[in-house]
Design a protein around this ligand. Structure first.
Ligand code: FB9
Length: 327
């Protein structure tokens, strides 16, 4: 039987600190000091903590950086309809451009910053086509393109970055291939429920280079998701207004034991790229996922409102362990 504390020690007072007074008085010579308990846990230091969503964002950021991607500047929550929709060849009559899907900004309601020459080329490609396209054959309105909104996807930032590459090409005659990524908040006027909020974090990757094909997109997706432990992707033909061909991405999640919808992808259309001034031969492959979906799976959360929002307890942030996507 394990020996308990000695009875003779009962009531004895052990010194726990060696003080200046003890040294000066000489009391230290006769004092008995309590032995150190090296197994005692230290006091938890009060410090800041990353929200689990920000831990997942850092994991995704690391994956892109390992793949040689550069992060795009996404500090524009308010965007013009021009960059969010028109530059992406999304027609002004498309239902997602209505107020029931998109948040419109009241003040300032309109942007003043659309490059005029480019605007004309976008108007033309929407109305009458070009670059092998017949366009949408409708009357395109500048006023619609000038409306300010909360961006509905970070693809608006991708459009701005690609336009900058096109401007560089027009100025120098040289195209520099690029791999970009972005991870930031996007806003959709949707009713909230257990799996939807009116905003989420979109993760987007794109590669712009000469002669890219669908195989390059499939290869990039394979590498990107393998780094998260997701193999044997299944790709399903889909439709996006700004990519053709487009594919929905599915992967088998061992933990859940089922196929999971992972995101969407495609090759940006010529009506988008050529109107910007990117030359024939330059293609852009791109894909997107969210942060919230993997976070809900990693943290076994069924209601998104326990992940983000005013009802999330502080302990969910301070007590959660580090997150690894590939473990
Ligand atoms: O994140 C999504 N699913 C997902 C991602 C990772 C994951 O990891 C687990 C650990 C294993 C699990 C699930 N999805 C995309 C798919 C669905 O959840 C979908 O129902 C919800 N989608 C959001 C949009 O919903 C309005 C997720 C979000 C999404 C969808 C598409 C894009 C971006 C985000 C895109 C794109 C795109 C396409 C072409 C070119 C450029 C960008």
């Amino acid at each position: 039987m394990e020996a308990g504390a000695k009875l003779s020690d009962f009531g004895k007072v052990y010194a726990t600190d060696l003080t200046e007074a003890m040294l000066q008085s000489g009391e230290w010579k006769t004092s008995e000091f309590k032995p150190y308990n090296f197994n005692a846990l230290g006091a938890k230091p009060r410090s800041g903590a990353l929200h689990p969503l920000m831990k997942i964002r850092q994991e995704f950021r690391q994956i892109f950086l390992e793949m040689g991607f550069e992060e795009m500047p996404t500090n524009k929550f308010v965007e013009s309809s021009f960059w969010n929709f028109d530059a992406l060849f999304q027609p002004q009559f498309h239902p997602t451009r209505d107020a029931h899907d998109t948040f419109f900004v009241k003040n300032p309601a309109s942007t003043l910053e659309i490059p005029e020459a480019y605007l004309k080329l976008v108007q033309e490609v929407h109305q009458t086509g070009g670059y092998g396209s017949i366009g949408y054959r409708y009357n395109w309105h500048r006023s619609e393109a000038e409306k300010n909104i909360l961006r509905t996807h970070t693809t608006a930032t991708s459009a701005r970055m690609l336009y900058t590459l096109a401007e560089e090409y027009k100025r120098t005659g040289v195209f520099t291939p690029k791999k970009y990524f972005s991870i930031d908040r996007v806003f959709r006027n949707e009713s909230t429920d257990a799996t939807h909020l009116a905003e989420f974090h979109q993760v987007e990757g794109l590669v712009a280079d000469w002669g890219l094909t669908l195989q390059d997109l499939i290869g990039s997706l394979t590498t990107y998701f393998e780094k998260q432990g997701l193999k044997d992707l299944q790709l399903k033909p889909a439709f996006n207004p700004y990519t053709e061909p487009s594919m929905e991405i599915f992967g088998f999640h061992a933990g859940l034991g089922k196929l999971v919808e992972l995101g969407n992808s495609g090759m940006f259309r010529p009506e988008m790229l050529r109107a910007m001034g990117l030359p024939e031969g330059i293609n852009v492959i791109a894909w997107g996922v969210s942060l919230e979906r993997p976070a809900m799976i990693k943290y076994a959360i069924s209601d998104i409102r326990t992940l983000i929002g005013p009802e999330v307890p502080y302990e969910f942030v301070s007590e959660n362990p580090i997150c690894r996507l590939d473990k």
